[in-house]
Design a protein. Structure first.
Length: 165
């Protein structure tokens, strides 16, 4: 499956699939800080304001199976630090699509002039993402106790990560 995946910039025809995948992660309530699902209107606006959005497309079928967003983490004197979020269709997790998305995102962040890529809120139990980030070379900044409220109302630690680009 991994060899069939193409990472590219999104186009308007990708929006519905991007919204579906994004909302799947939001509704799971264990990874993204957002609580509201995207509608077609809010999804178009949300993806349009990002510095870059990449999609993972199955090169054989044309199906969008994952995506990422890239944007500044802050403004002004911290505007050289980027932030990103990744989402892969639940039925294809474990197929290394996330790795392809992260590596593409790193290149896009460099090309956009960012000097650091930082993830603010990686949920501690998201071990697959954490292992991926560490394997690629990201460094954990520490742990924020109880920094993420899960869908069930309990709190879990978050682990910020960064990579010098």
């Amino acid at each position: 499956m991994q060899d069939m995946i193409i990472i590219r910039g999104y186009t308007p025809k990708d929006i519905q699939a991007m919204i579906r995948i994004w909302n799947e992660v939001v509704e799971e309530g264990i990874a993204f800080p957002q609580e509201e699902s995207l509608t077609e209107e809010t999804g178009r606006e949300f993806f349009a304001v990002q510095s870059y959005c990449g999609v993972a497309e199955n090169g054989e079928t044309g199906e969008i199976v994952g995506l990422y967003i890239l944007h500044p983490n802050n403004v002004g004197r911290c505007g050289h630090i980027a932030n990103a979020g990744y989402a892969v269709s639940s039925r294809l997790r474990g197929c290394h699509i996330g790795e392809k998305l992260v590596c593409h995102c790193i290149r896009q962040a460099r090309d956009a002039g960012f000097g650091i890529l930082q993830f603010n809120a990686v949920v501690a139990s998201n071990v697959h993402a954490r292992h991926l980030y560490e394997r690629i070379g990201f460094h954990q900044l520490g742990t924020i106790p109880g920094g993420f409220r899960l869908k069930n109302g309990t709190y879990e630690d978050i682990c910020p990560y960064y990579l010098k680009l």
